[in-house]
Design a protein around this ligand. Structure first.
Ligand SMILES: [Zn+2]
Length: 201
């Protein structure tokens, strides 16, 4: 994505309508400074604004992001490019989530177990032992919860029977027996439970 080109294009579109940065800002509800940042290529307008601008200038978001008006052939090419960029970004994020969730799982398990061990070994009051063991169990459960949210978030599962890709509900996800890469889940299409493989995108 060429930010400078997008900025120049935004400037051109605005000037074609004979608007100052201030006038445009008034129309779409932002300050002239914000408009200036977009036109300088420092920032990309957020998606909601891209939608507004696309209607305002009667131009597609694809064209706004390409920094030019597109003919049919280029239009297709560019649209595909953005989809690919988006997919790569999602895949990277998914991988990051999985790594973080492993780290969280390891840390919370170690923390929880060491509290249990310590309280068992130390010669202290019974109630203190019970409290610390309860505390560590809570830590472990919370840790597992965070992991579930993070890994559920990352990617989809594929039904081995029909190939349907789906995101399971949190309840199914937690209840499902699993290996490192597969989890027993109900396919929304077949309505049967299979060991579904995790796909990152
Ligand atoms: Zn299926």
């Amino acid at each position: 994505m060429d930010m400078q080109k997008i900025g120049n294009f935004l400037t051109e579109l605005r000037k074609n309508k004979n608007l100052t940065q201030e006038e445009l800002g008034d129309q779409i509800g932002v300050t002239n400074k914000t408009i200036s940042r977009w036109e300088n290529g420092n920032y990309l307008p957020p998606v909601e604004v891209l939608q507004i601008l696309s209607k305002f200038y009667n131009i597609s978001i694809n064209e706004l992001l390409s920094g030019e008006r597109l003919d049919c052939e280029h239009y297709k090419e560019n649209a595909e490019e953005y989809i690919v960029v988006d997919l790569i970004k999602k895949r990277k994020e998914a991988k990051k989530h999985i790594i973080i969730s492993f780290i969280v799982a390891i840390i919370t398990t170690i923390a929880g177990l060491s509290i249990v061990l310590l309280s068992a070994l130390l010669d202290t009051f019974i109630w203190l032992k019970i409290v610390s063991i309860a505390f560590s169990i809570i830590i472990i459960i919370l840790g597992i919860g965070v992991c579930c949210v993070l890994t559920l978030d990352a990617g989809v599962y594929e039904c081995p029977n029909c190939g349907e890709k789906f995101v399971p509900s949190m309840k199914d996800f937690i209840a499902g027996a699993h290996t490192l890469t597969k989890r027993k889940l109900k396919c929304p299409k077949c309505q049967k439970k299979y060991f579904c493989k995790k796909k990152l995108s």
